[in-house]
Design a protein around this ligand. Structure first.
Ligand code: HEM
Ligand SMILES: CCCCC[C@H](O)/C=C/[C@@H]1[C@@H](C/C=C\CCCC(=O)O)[C@@H]2C[C@H]1OO2
Length: 465
């Protein structure tokens, strides 16, 4: 009896292994299936994608195919060859992957909205004439929040807090007030947003525990509620970005339930990167006195100029002037901490031409993934000592912005890709002067700006000017 059962199980296992594994064909990239049936490398990938892909790069080179949760993913790590993928929209599609992840994370059903129509709407509301208005409103909200961030204590008194929470909370609330104009609930929205954002990578990978699933559902419900005025117009003349977006969705036949879910997607995409980016930028400055001195000196130089832009609270002087030192520090921060994954589905068999002349056959139904964080951003051939923060890495000797970088003697079109492939006054100190920045949370590779594992405690107060 036992023997029969065991041999049936063994037979099924052999069949699963036989049909779920694949052999590498001639002209295909090196194939690494991993040893766990079906899952392949999914666990290692989800735990720390950068570490896993660096190990695979070491083993196979700039292109290889790995098995991840039933899918074959061809990873391309040669930035000179990125355009072979990015410029071929007939063979590589991103709409299906995007809708799948959006459905999983935001419960948003795929719609028939033409992607170019939505992009056009976004451009109209975020770029061109709309941008200065948004930017000025953001600056005003930031200043107001900074003046009131002392919860009753005098603004000039020292306060201690984790820098990450300080930055994320400030940037989120200012962004929320700018886009959603709901003055009553920004702090509550932030609390719920952080709970949701903390579990978002697990939600996307389908690895939430039961308790975590409850937390996510509860935060989603609360956020939908907070964002929900779609269709329940307050004043008929309401002209917020939020109302206008809902009108656009309504015209495209999207019902009220989906509209509020779409608003949460927009809240997340517009707010999930700025706070963490501000944290890393300030964190690097606070732990690198030389960089702090250089940027302060650049700003002092600007503020002694005889112009009025510094006197208008709604203006951000950095927007109106050339600030190569600040720009270099920002580029260096993003090089080290922005980690998007550019994923595509291969929709027809394709011969991929690499910049070195090699050609690889890619199979229809597989996925392709570019991970610019590993290369170009952390590639030692492109950026010397890539793990080290060098504030002047993006500066030329004559103090102009440096944007020429090389790999294999050839100039790179992409030397850092924090923005993916789309077209698209506070005084503070670390509490401990020797403090180091916390390491990154490795589960967030692939989801935009990285977040720290831990925090950097700072003391801060508003500086009298
Ligand atoms: C350092 C800060 C930021 C980084 C690193 C960042 C990065 C990105 C990346 C990688 C994408 C995906 C592009 C693609 O699909 O190819 C994206 C999309 C987008 N970002 Fe940002 N972003 C930042 C800040 C912001 C801010 C402050 C806003 C708005 C207030 C914003 C609004 C958007 C929007 C609307 C999209 C399009 C989303 C979509 O396609 O549905 N981002 N961003
Ligand atoms: C999980 C939400 C998908 C949002 C889609 C939006 O177009 C992209 C916005 C990016 C987002 C990148 C992070 C994760 C995308 C995962 C999709 C995939 O695996 O292909 C984040 C906000 C914007 O920049 O960073």
């Amino acid at each position: 009896m036992w023997w029969t059962l065991l041999s049936v199980i063994a037979g099924v296992l052999i069949l699963v292994l036989r049909f779920s594994t694949r052999r590498r064909r001639r002209n295909e990239p090196p194939l690494d299936e991993g040893w766990i049936p079906w899952l392949g490398h999914a666990i290692e990938f989800g735990k720390d994608a950068a570490k896993f892909l660096a190990r695979m790069k070491e083993k196979h080179g700039d292109i290889f195919t790995v098995r991840v949760a039933g899918l074959r993913v061809t990873v391309l790590l040669d930035p000179h060859s990125f355009d072979s993928v990015l410029n071929d929209r007939d063979s590589f599609d991103f709409t299906r992957i995007r809708s799948q992840v959006i459905q999983k994370v935001f419960s948003l059903q795929p719609t028939n909205i033409e992607p170019t129509l939505e992009r056009k709407w976004m451009e109209q509301h975020f770029q061109g004439c709309s941008l200065p208005k948004l930017s000025s409103s953001m600056n005003t909200h930031l200043q107001t929040l900074l003046l009131h961030c002392h919860n009753g204590s005098a603004p000039s008194e020292w306060k201690q807090e984790g820098l990450f929470d300080l930055c994320y909370s400030l940037l989120f609330r200012a962004g929320y007030l700018t886009f959603f104009e709901r003055t009553d609930n920004a702090a509550v929205a932030y609390q719920e947003f952080r709970k949701f954002d903390n579990l978002l990578t697990k939600l996307a990978r389908g690895s939430l525990r039961r308790e975590e699933r409850r937390t996510v559902s509860h935060s989603q419900e609360r956020l939908w509620e907070l964002l929900s005025p779609c269709g329940l117009r307050g004043g008929s003349e309401s002209s917020t970005w939020q109302q206008s977006y809902c009108d656009f969705l309504q015209q495209e036949g999207i019902n009220a339930d989906m509209q509020k879910k779409a608003l949460l997607l927009q809240l997340w995409t517009t707010q999930c990167n700025a706070g963490p980016a501000a944290f890393w930028l300030l964190g690097f400055l606070l732990t690198h006195p030389e960089a702090m001195e250089a940027v302060k000196s650049e700003i002092r130089g600007l503020s002694t100029r005889r112009d009025t832009s510094f006197q208008q609270p709604q203006n951000n002087p950095l927007e109106a002037h050339s600030t190569p030192v600040f720009d270099s520090i920002l580029s260096e921060t993003l090089r080290l901490t922005a980690a998007v994954m550019i994923r595509r589905e291969v929709v027809q068999d394709k011969i991929l031409d690499m910049a070195n002349g090699k050609r690889y056959h890619l199979r229809r139904g597989d996925r392709v993934c570019l991970f610019p964080f590993l290369s170009p951003q952390m590639d030692p051939q492109i950026h010397q000592e890539p793990q080290t923060f060098k504030y002047d890495r993006f500066l030329n000797d004559d103090m102009t912005v440096k944007d020429e970088f090389y790999k294999d003697g050839k100039k790179l079109k992409y030397c850092s890709m924090p923005w993916g492939a789309g077209k698209n006054m506070l005084k503070s100190f670390p509490c401990d002067p020797e403090a180091k920045l916390p390491p990154v949370n490795p589960s967030r590779y692939g989801f935009g700006m990285l977040q720290p594992d831990g925090d950097l405690q700072v003391r801060y107060r508003l500086k009298r000017t």
